[in-house]
Design a protein around this ligand. Structure first.
Ligand code: ADP
Ligand code: ZN
Length: 731
């Protein structure tokens, strides 16, 4: 074990080695390495990384490099248990102390600490500060202190916990030990407050990007949302998802409707008994339930990594909430969908709920609500709008992962004329009516009160009768968010603003959207199914569920979706090959290797699917282990004949009746086995040149992803893999 003053070089390579052996990761996520180095150097730090940014590893890996035991303060009992379970699954000696432990369990942990057996100890703040715990820990050779969910210490944060305030004593108790705070909350104010409250000494501030590029954001008007929700859920059969509703009633109704349609759904809200809530949450975590339908009450303390979609059936009450709730999708870094269905009524519902709150809190909440409405009506890239709200900018012009950038929303042909029609109706109604009423007049509704008031006689009555009321309603909201009309007074009466009056005279350029059908264009992030045999993935998912149930841990503690997909892609036939899978460290290899390899071999034999696909190539362009001539799978051999004659992947798919991923597997084997030098039968010459140039520019790589990125995501992994294989054969 190196001492704290070990030269950084030693620390660094040792870190990489520990991460590889213990967790099976071959690289660091952004800022992880910097954060880890702060730990090794005992330099206080505040680390801000978004959900899924890999904060835990920032202190867990250094804890293993350093002598003694790391102390981790964590506010959530359920998370604490998960993290400790996950560490133990990787073979790390870890334990926790909180109020759920019995006296004898607590004594047992104390004994482990005394014997110096633990590398990490998780503690709830109240436990840490109770009795003589701190005095006891002073003699426990504490290597570093990590404060998780550190925003809880700040009254500015959204989740202030008074007991966190007392954590100031940590600095006094462990004066020579580095204290490191971690949170996903972005605000500068909270960040400073954390450093101050913990008494950190000129801490290193590491702030990551708040963008979550693997999330695809889509916003839609609320009308007809149930059918669209069903379509999304259907598309993600057997995968986990969350549906957020504003009210408890809507939660119950939606959950019941989904169950009636045969989905495995369950409700969650504060009106249910603790027991029911607990049961449903467990069922979701253990994957006996696919969809949890919930109010905002759900989510704290859930770090299920493989949530594939989050649907908001109504508008959340702030962008902070939206970022947090939608952020529960795709923590594993794989692509995930975030849908937000919104309507004008949502804000009203929230406002009603705020009626009884104290005036100061109410003001802040109304401002947050306004910003949220602006986001819903905006026509700017969703990724950009979100990070901008948190004070950051996005580098690329087109995120490739939101409805705006994917071109799913069209501008109307003539927004000025349309806006003028709407605004003149507002004027004709003497600026005395709300958006709903105005929309109905424009649509030519026969509603009694419209007729009674004689508004069916107005020149603007029925002016937009070819459009649905809901669509007109949207346009009014869009005009409001762009400042052409204002909603005023208790009843949100529409009034023209100066900009609105100018527009009536032809000055100004409003933007009005017509919601179009989603074009099923694959977002940039969707490459992670590349080469994955989906049926095998399902088989492995079931095995994972079975093992997790036996061990009584959540499924993702056995393996995350990333690891499972990589298994179904590489299809390793030996435990040696299994070790290459992303997310397989030494301990998991030992515990689960045989079971998974057996399942893979059985599946592949039964379905004639090739195994040991490009094992080294998939990891990168490092020289492949030379394969013995006989080392090809039998099922691939017939394809070799086709490839020799220059057949394309599509032709082989048709002739052999195999899936694309399978045929690409065959082709990989063929290229390697026959030492093929020329990729042009499968990739056109121009693309080959682009890929070769990219490989040259990026340099020798362990992985294909950097090359894919370098090519701006415009060239498929399949093509890159083919060209890389030929290049390797040439060298
Ligand atoms: P956070 O606490 O920041 O939300 P987690 O610590 O839960 O994030 O990590 C998010 C996911 O990323 C987890 O599934 C974790 O296993 C994975 N992960 C963390 N570090 C790496 C890495 N270096 N390479 C690959 N995956 C990683
Ligand atoms: Zn975008």
């Amino acid at each position: 074990m190196p001492s704290l003053t070990a030269p950084p070089q030693t620390g660094r390579s040792q870190l990489a080695e520990i991460v590889e052996h213990t967790w099976g990761y071959d690289s660091f996520l952004p800022l992880q390495r910097e954060a880890m180095e702060c730990c090794l150097a005992s330099r206080d730090s505040v680390v801000i990384l978004p959900t899924g940014g890999g904060k835990s590893l920032c202190f867990q890996a250094p804890a293993l490099c350093m002598e003694g035991m790391a102390l981790v303060v964590s506010p959530l009992i359920s998370l604490m248990k998960d993290q400790v379970d996950a560490l133990r699954a990787c073979g790390v000696a870890a334990a926790y102390i909180n109020s759920t432990l019995s006296t004898s369990e607590r004594r047992q942990v104390a004994e482990q600490i005394r014997r110096g057996e633990l590398k990490l100890l998780y503690a709830a703040p109240e436990r840490l500060l109770a009795d003589r715990t701190l005095d006891f820990l002073k003699n426990a050779n504490v290597s570093l202190v990590a404060v998780d969910e550190a925003h809880c210490i700040s009254a500015w944060g959204h989740d202030f916990r008074p007991e966190y305030r007392a954590l100031r004593v940590l600095k006094q108790a462990f004066p020579s030990v580095g204290i490191h705070a971690y949170t996903a909350t972005a605000s500068e104010q909270v960040r400073q407050d954390i450093a101050e409250q913990l008494g950190l000494e000129s801490p290193e501030m590491l702030v990551g990007s708040f963008d979550r590029p693997n999330l695809v954001y889509r916003l839609r008007p609320g009308s007809g949302k149930f059918a669209q929700m069903c379509e999304i859920i259907q598309r993600h059969q057997n995968a986990s998802g969350i549906v957020y509703c504003i009210s408890r009633k809507e939660v119950d109704r939606t959950a019941a409707s989904l169950c009636a349609l045969g989905h495995r759904a369950a409700p969650y809200h504060a009106g249910m008994s603790d027991q029911e809530r607990h049961d449903n949450q467990d069922a979701f975590i253990e994957e006996r339930v696919d969809v949890i339908v919930a109010t905002v009450a759900f989510g704290m303390g859930i770090d299920k990594s493989n949530v594939r979609y989050v649907i908001h059936a109504g508008m959340p009450k702030s962008l902070e909430h939206y970022q947090q709730e939608s952020g529960r999708a795709g923590r594993d870094g794989l692509e995930a969908e975030c849908w937000l269905f919104h309507s004008g009524n949502d804000a009203m519902t929230w406002k009603r709920m705020l009626d009884n709150s104290d005036p100061q809190a109410r003001d802040g909440a109304l401002r947050a609500l306004d910003a949220m409405e602006g986001f819903c009506q905006g026509v700017e890239c969703r990724h950009r709008a979100i990070v901008r709200y948190f004070g950051q900018e996005l580098e690329s012009d087109n995120c490739g992962a939101c409805d705006v950038c994917l071109d799913e929303l069209d501008q109307v042909a003539d927004p000025v004329i349309l806006a003028q029609k709407i605004l003149s109706c507002v004027a004709r109604l003497s600026e005395r009516f709300g958006a709903d009423y105005t929309a109905k007049v424009l649509a030519g509704s026969q509603e009694q009160r419209i007729v009674q008031q004689g508004h069916n006689q107005l020149s603007t009555y029925g002016l937009l009768k070819e459009h649905a009321v809901a669509t007109i309603r949207q346009w009014i909201e869009q005009l409001a968010s762009q400042g052409f009309v204002a909603k005023t007074g208790e009843f949100n009466v529409l009034q023209l603003t100066p900009a609105g009056r100018a527009l009536l005279k032809g000055q100004g350029s409003p933007q009005l959207l017509k919601p179009a059908e989603p074009q099923q264009r694959a977002p940039k992030a969707a490459d992670s199914w590349d080469g994955v045999d989906r049926d095998l993935f399902e088989v492995l998912r079931e095995l994972r569920g079975k093992l997790a149930a036996e061990l009584q841990v959540p499924a993702y503690i056995v393996f995350g979706d990333t690891a499972l997909r990589d298994m179904a892609r590489r299809r390793p036939s030996t435990t040696d090959a299994f070790r290459q899978v992303n997310g397989v460290g030494d301990k998991k290899l030992e515990d689960f290797g045989e079971a998974f390899v057996e399942a893979i071999v059985n599946y592949c034999r039964a379905n004639e699917v090739p195994m040991d696909i490009n094992t080294s190539a998939a990891r990168g362009l490092a020289p492949a282990k030379p394969q013995a001539a006989g080392d090809v799978s039998m099922s691939a051999l017939p394809a070799f004949e086709f490839f020799r004659r220059g057949a394309s992947v599509e032709e082989v798919m048709a002739n052999m009746n195999r899936a694309r991923s399978t045929v690409h597997g065959y082709l990989g084997e063929y290229l390697r086995h026959e030492l093929v030098l020329d990729p042009t039968p499968w990739v056109d010459a121009a693309t080959v040149r682009r890929i070769e140039t990219a490989i040259e520019e990026v340099g020798p790589q362990q992985r294909l992803a950097p090359i894919f990125e370098h090519l701006g995501g415009e060239v498929s992994y399949d093509d890159i893999r083919i060209v890389a294989a030929c290049l390797r054969n040439r060298s």
